[in-house]
Write a protein that binds this ligand. Sequence first.
Ligand SMILES: Nc1ncnc2c1ncn2[C@@H]1O[C@H](COP(=O)(O)OP(=O)(O)O)[C@@H](O)[C@H]1O
Ligand SMILES: [Mg+2]
Length: 412
Amino acid sequence: MFVVTTGLKGQSRRSGLGRRAGRGGGRWARTRECAALCPFRCVWGGEGVCGRRSTSVMLIPGALDVNWWRHVQVEWRSGELARGNFGAVYVGEHRLSGEPLVVKAAKAAADGLAQSLLEVERHVNWKLQDRSEELQPRRWAMFLGSARVSSLGAPPELLDAYAPTVLVWRKEGSGETLEDYLSSRPCSALSAAIGASDAAAHGASLCRSSFRIVVGELLHALTQLQAAGIMHRDVKPRNVLVVPHAEDGAPLKLIDFGSACEWGPFFKRGYRADHATCDPTYAAPEMFLSPFHPDRFDVFSVGLIGLRVLLPALRSEMRLRECVTQLRFKYQWDVTRWACDVAARADQQPNARSASALGVDPLPLQLSSLAQDAALLRVLSAMLRERPRYRASAAQALQLYDFSNLPSTETA
Ligand SMILES: Nc1ncnc2c1ncn2[C@@H]1O[C@H](COP(=O)(O)OP(=O)(O)O)[C@@H](O)[C@H]1O
Ligand SMILES: [Mg+2]
């Protein structure tokens, strides 16, 4: 069986079957990783251009497997991986390949907010999957599609509790997030998982290598998303999966695109000017996307994640919140002034260094190390500027520090 689709040169090609089938593997090409699970089993046939019209031929050996969801088995009773305000995530398995999956169901609440977030998440994931070939390596979880909750064998009580459609992804790693690593594991565990070289943190030491990898990978992820017109709007450690030994080398994968929006020139899908569902701790001071610099919102969140990874004293989210309050109200997000100020006050206290060794707050000592590192201050200040107009874009921030030889760029 083969499908021919036509479209204007340089534009996405549209035809009912062709468009759906192409989603499994990007622009008609079946990618390496799609091969195991792609329900559509399509292979690239060829493309011809005649004037301004291009024609694609896609070969589909055998029948198109529109019933791919039949092979999805969900652990509805024992496999709840996470539960949030808007729904729950379950583990499952692809019966044929044995590949672990996760399934996200939205609450069927009367206001429909959870369902509309899930609908945006579905749209954004399709969009990214559509462009998966050009956006490599993939720094977000691999999306497989949507299915009816009733078709996946959900027990009757869950059929009533959840919206009719659920979303299915490949399970990336063990499902542990950056938050899990930051809040309940030693620095060395994160370092080992992402291929950094930080040893156990103590006293004034900073996790420079983990900072370089986490911030570098997330900034690259943002440039990829923004190339597809996607603003995530809820980048935080809970929405970043840590995947040690990922086959494509990218150790961090973004998830949870429910708050995302597609920022097109006319239509902005998922965007409501007066509506923010992001986490206030990591949200940029403007709270809503700036119409002129929408891309800078996520850069701010990555900057804060970087600060938390860099300073072991900020591993507890509570501590980070205290610093965010100080930075916001006392220092107007002037990171350099904050670091120098706290470090200078610590220096005035007798025995500050030995006190820290005895287990007293190590933050001033770590800020003292930060205050002496001009390169770190430069990149953090640029990412954490209060006004989006003066904040660095993801591409600019990548130029402000040595983000070379990241695990994913080495593999690519
Ligand atoms: N593709 C995935 N692979 C592995 N675990 C996942 C995946 N997607 C989600 N999870 C797990 O489910 C949790 C909640 O997912 P998320 O999409 O953030 O839902 P919520 O909207 O409830 O915040 C994550 O913290 C993670 O542990
Ligand atoms: Mg989440």
